[in-house]
Design a binder for this molecule. Sequence first.
Ligand SMILES: *Cc1c(COP(=O)(O)O)cnc(C)c1O
Length: 349
Amino acid sequence: MTETGIPRLDALPRVRMAHLPTGIEEMGNLRRALFPDGDGPRLLVKRDDNTGIAMGGNKVRQLEYYLGDALEKGADTILITSAVQSNYMRTCAAMSARLGLECHLQMEERVPKNDPLYRTNGNVLLDRITGAILHSYADGEDEAGADRSVEDLADRLRADGRKPYVIHLSPTHPPIGAVGYVDAARELLGQLEERGETVDRIYVGSGSAATHTGLLWGLRAFGSTIPVTGVCVRRPAAQQGPRVRGNLDKLSALLNHAPEFSEDDVVVTDVSLGPGYGRVTDPIREAISLAGAREGLFVDPVYTGKVLAGMIAELRGGVVRAGETALFIHTGGQPSLFAYGESVLTDAG
Ligand SMILES: *Cc1c(COP(=O)(O)O)cnc(C)c1O
């Protein structure tokens, strides 16, 4: 698909670093574990954990567009605000390093965890290896406050003669990162066409909602009606649904193209959200262990383990039927396994 009918899509500035296309694999062992009588749907995984740089994941696709925009605007310093164990920050720090840009990470206290592993290992260790400059923000639920604080930091850097570029993930800003998943939707449809396959439902994590929004927008823009279920990782479905709808409109404005969405296109489930962001539950532990033990596939406690747990709950509930195919988008995040340590094991209690 080269002619998209969306001229802005290929005109936006982009830094190309991801290893694309990412592979699609069958999860036959997981299917047999879940449906020993052989009556379950076919299960596929798209390996966006293998996007190549900085240990991969969905943020590589998103940052290609943010950093492209930053370079076009002449920035020499990148600022971003997110959770302490953020995959976004680790990927941003590494990609910025590779581009020779100074990177500031504002770490929001979203998870009540004082475990030294959480504070020093996983993504935090990788952030420090890149030489990024670390800052802290105390209130992890105050998205607007975190945004203001990172803007204040940008002002101070500007006063020092630097040219800062702030990556904003809150819904009041244009969803530039979502464009990476519009492109991923194009890639996925091309792969399915080449393989002569159909998919009946896609499962993807829905946090800032850039991935969910971009994928859904792209599928509809390219004429696909595959249902997409966004599995909530941070907020309840009642809040996440409107966030995704708002983002779809902003993306249409950004790309100057308005695909048609039906009433029921935005599907979100919080079946596996548990007590909230970054909190590990038994269904997440089960998903981590099923993927690892059956497929040699590592999913993380914050995002992909929760998404897989949500998908497993829906598969067990018959949402995708025998003879149909469900596709799990593996968005990465494995470094946080090392920050959560043994608490992810099924016998950890
Ligand atoms: C950030 C992240 C998500 C959620 O993506 P959003 O675009 O923020 O909704 C899912 N999985 C992993 C591993 C992530 O790091």
